[in-house]
Design a protein around this ligand. Sequence first.
Ligand SMILES: C[S@@+](CC[C@H](N)C(=O)[O-])C[C@H]1O[C@@H](n2cnc3c(N)ncnc32)[C@H](O)[C@@H]1O
Length: 479
Amino acid sequence: MTVPSVDLAGFERYRELLDDPAAFREALDRPLPVCIWANPARISGEALAARLAADGIDLEPLPWLDGAFRLGPGETAPGNRFEYLTGLFHVQEEVSLLPVALLDPQPGERILDLCAAPGNKTAQIALRVGVTGCVVANDRNFGRMSVLRRALDRLGITNYATTHHDGANYPAGAGAFDRVLADVPCSCEGTSRKFPSQSDRPPPGAPGALTGLQFALLRKALQLTRVGGRVVYSTCTYAPEENELVVDRLLSALPPGSVAVRPARIEGFRSSPGLTHWRGRALAEDLHRALRAYPHHNDTGGFFVAVLDKLAPVGHDAVDVAPLELSEEPDPWLNDLAERYDLPTGVFDGHRIVRTSLRQLSIVAGGVRVAARPETKTLGMSFLHTQMAIPKPTTEAAMLFGGAARRNVVDLDRAATETFLRRRDQALPANAATGLAGGPLLVRHDGIALGVASHQRDAGLLTSLYPKGWALAADRSAF
Ligand SMILES: C[S@@+](CC[C@H](N)C(=O)[O-])C[C@H]1O[C@@H](n2cnc3c(N)ncnc32)[C@H](O)[C@@H]1O
């Protein structure tokens, strides 16, 4: 009997790695399920699921990650929803959630995300380390960093700084980090399901073309980690040259016993072990502890993750340096805000206000620690425009504290919320509180803060100050 041969759609070289080539091939042709996770700083997984289900959204919890859900096949545009725009949830591919789950960041830790843009994993890390910890998000591609900032702003994240540096040459003077994520650029073979049509796909890199850079990024990640800390190395490709071979090369270059490969397994998520042989070449035995994710095992994209614990210095290690003193702004700004919006005491606890430009202040979590080198490009969340008669909170700041405001807040119904999100002027709602001040007001729907409107008292008009780049398209609905 002859075994029917399956066309592996360009992945023929991986046939020997696959337990079921036909199932792998079939999975590649199915649309990729959309996955979302509840932002724990804003809502619990249960509350989010109940809210979305009440609106008829079909979703089921991921068996391996609390607060994460897979949407039904019809739910293709969650990014338009009110709950997304107000940072109640984030959209992220299921396999892409694995590296941070395995990095296992702890509250209070200082973590480096060496190749961070567009910021999905930075957001996951930031929410895990909390305001007593911080993430330094680095990427060499400056353009992609603005996408990262927008995502983190929407999610209300204040405990991060950004740098824009070649990760392979990241200065040792940055100080040792508790953990480093090296989610490196790769040939992206595992993302083929994200792009249903061939023409939408990014040009596939030749497998192996980036191995020099990948090795340099992983080596630097280990150098920047404190002894006792952890590095996670990940790619979204199947190519062993970019995965096990990179880790193997590093393990053989390091002093013996300086690094341990830890088991990368997650209960409820089916995975395959890392390779210990490839094309006749034997690799470190411990590499079987790495994780390979194939599309047909969990109906996802493809991924590779290796977890490395640093047990001893590896050479050219980062040293601990005193963090840079941040010049804090004196209190009146916060007092004035608390007064205008009648905020409860303690609403900004654990944060500092730092001037980041002549016109603007940022809010920065107390746990943010940065060094003089590499230069910090941005710090925390943009907070307040100060060069105006009445200082105006940014939209992200309004979303951060607006839920707690008791004065100068307008509650909008669904239709008025959509008008606001489309950046259109509208009449002040008939049931708005009396005595609203002129100038900036906070806007909410269902108790959830959306942003800032300008109140023109004489005309009884609200002008939406929702940012252009975030606005809801005229032909879309948020509910
Ligand atoms: C796989 S993506 C990272 C995805 C990101 N971790 C996330 O989850 O949203 C790889 C990133 O590496 C960046 N990159 C490429 N070369 C780099 C280098 N030498 N140093 C730092 N970043 C680099 C790319 O710009 C790209 O944003």
